[in-house]
Write a protein that binds this ligand. Structure first.
Ligand code: FES
Length: 105
């Protein structure tokens, strides 16, 4: 089964195993991983599921909707910023580590 590791700014981390088709955002909420809010429920309309993906990880291109919403993140948007609700385990990655931003709201 796919897994996602969330690294927090304080240096701690949490790894969760998820069903295929589960987004990075949904997996965090289902497993009580703090640091992701997911206010809009995954519609790419809130940017409270912002994560940073390590360099060198191959993922689908950022869509126009995701690109637009990434302009609204609370923590700085970086080149490796993504919306956690737009990336699905099993479809887009099997194992992935993401860094959580300092804040989402
Ligand atoms: S949960 Fe709202 S943009 Fe991802």
């Amino acid at each position: 089964m796919p897994s996602i590791t969330y690294r927090r700014v304080d240096g701690t981390s949490a790894t969760v195993v998820v069903d295929e088709g589960t987004s990075i955002m949904r997996a965090a909420l289902q497993n009580d991983v703090a640091g992701i809010v997911g206010e809009c429920g995954g519609q790419a309309m809130c940017a409270t599921c912002h994560v940073y993906v390590p360099e060198g990880v191959e993922l689908p291109e950022v869509s126009d909707d995701e690109d637009e919403m990434l302009e609204c993140t609370t923590s700085d948007r970086l080149d490796n910023s993504r919306l956690g609700c737009q990336l699905l385990a099993g479809r887009d990655f099997d194992e992935l580590t993401v860094d959580l931003p300092e804040s989402q709201v």
